[in-house]
Design a protein. Structure first.
Ligand SMILES: NC(=O)c1ccc[n+]([C@@H]2O[C@H](COP(=O)([O-])OP(=O)(O)OC[C@H]3O[C@@H](n4cnc5c(N)ncnc54)[C@H](OP(=O)(O)O)[C@@H]3O)[C@@H](O)[C@H]2O)c1
Length: 332
């Protein structure tokens, strides 16, 4: 089968489209013939070797690596002790690696079945970013109906889904941040009530203005740097500040006792940790699949690119040239 592998860490050019033997599913695993593969920001970080640096404290990648975290396809094999009725079913899967291939292995407990009529490309865009957004909002922030939500990086994959999931979970005002007016238009288009810039010192004032001076009940933080600190200028009493990433770097050290006065909470979320709670992963996957089916969640696929051109897909994402997500087509 064809797969995209890298033998060294580096730029998009280290991605090689090659022939490799098909993987074999182990106990409690399924083999999926892929029809659509979603590309994620962490795929790039893994390729760069960021997760292998001592200061990163997460993950780790063994070379050579076939990256990629999410696919849609059909189950063509099951390992020992795995539900045989999954054979032949169309599925959406989240995995820790191996997605950039014509056949991929997934844990059976991180797969959900889809209707045959489900849109493969739309669904393949969802698992990693959608489940991250869902868990951040529902499990970490415990979103209550009417809560106001500030989503940073709302034109990105996690962010644009978080805006929609927040609304679907009953949020009140949802505000998204993005770096330019075109991207802010996209943020409003996916359902945010307001979209603002976050590159100056004054944006927290706008969040206060939109929330009647209260601030946001929930902030999903994915930027880092100065933005992490600025968030506290517009986090409401009892507010929940959830760290999901740091596209701009980690920012300054933080003194936790400052959370006491406003009874605020600060939590982090790292999707692979939830692989130990497949029940929550499956809850997220079902929420997303149902949301797409009933129209409350739009997939916003930015581009579909042949698997053989994964290198270009990474370039597009790294140059921030896509709105929404890139999906790879393993059959093109
Ligand atoms: N915790 C977890 O388990 C988990 C899971 C998935 C993703 N993540 C993290 O969540 C963040 C967003 O991921 P994503 O998949 O949504 O990525 P994405 O689609 O590339 O979106 C990233 C967004 O961040 C903004 N951004 C700010 N500084 C940036 C920079 N230096 N480079 C690229 N984008 C930058 C961009 O928006 P503007 O151009 O509008 O500023 C972009 O919309 C990343 O930090 C990722 O590592 C975390």
């Amino acid at each position: 089968m064809k797969a995209v592998q890298y033998r060294t860490f580096g730029g998009p050019e280290v991605l090689e489209y090659i022939d490799v033997p098909a993987p074999v599913p182990g106990p409690h695993e399924v083999l999926i013939e892929t029809t659509a593969i979603g590309v994620n920001f962490p795929d790039i970080r893994e390729r760069l070797g960021v997760y292998n640096r001592s200061e990163t404290h997460v993950g780790g990648v063994s070379l050579p690596q076939i990256g990629g975290l999410q696919v849609v396809g059909r189950v063509v094999g099951v390992g020992p002790d795995t539900d045989p009725t999954l054979l032949g079913r169309k599925v959406m899967a989240l995995m820790s690696k191996g997605a950039y291939a014509q056949q991929a292995v997934a844990r059976a407990d991180m797969v959900i079945t889809l209707d045959d009529g489900a849109d493969d490309v739309a669904m393949a865009r969802l698992p990693c970013q959608g489940v991250t957004a869902f868990l951040a909002l529902q499990v970490s922030a415990v979103l209550q109906p009417g809560d106001s939500v500030l989503v940073h990086g709302a034109a990105g994959g996690v962010g644009s889904l978080a805006v929609q999931i927040a609304k679907a979970l009953g949020a009140g005002i949802v505000i998204g941040t993005a770096s330019n007016e075109e991207r802010r238009g996209f943020v409003r288009n996916v359902g945010a009530d307001f979209a603002i810039a976050y590159d100056g010192p004054d944006w927290p004032g706008r969040v206060l203005e939109f929330t009647g001076g209260r601030g946001a009940d929930i902030i999903l933080e994915s930027i880092g740097g100065d933005v992490f600190e600025q968030n506290f200028e517009c986090l409401a009493l009892f507010g929940r500040h959830i760290i999901i990433g740091s596209t701009r770097g980690p920012g300054e050290p933080f003194a936790p006792r400052r959370l006491m006065a406003k009874a605020q909470s600060l939590a982090g979320i790292y999707l692979p940790t939830f692989f130990q709670r497949p029940d929550l992963i499956q809850r997220g996957l079902h929420f997303l699949a149902n949301g797409v089916a009933d129209g409350t969640i739009r997939a916003n696929v930015g581009a579909v690119i042949p698997l053989s051109q994964a290198e270009n897909a990474h370039r597009l994402l790294e140059n921030r040239q896509v709105q929404g997500v890139v999906v790879l087509d393993p059959r093109a």
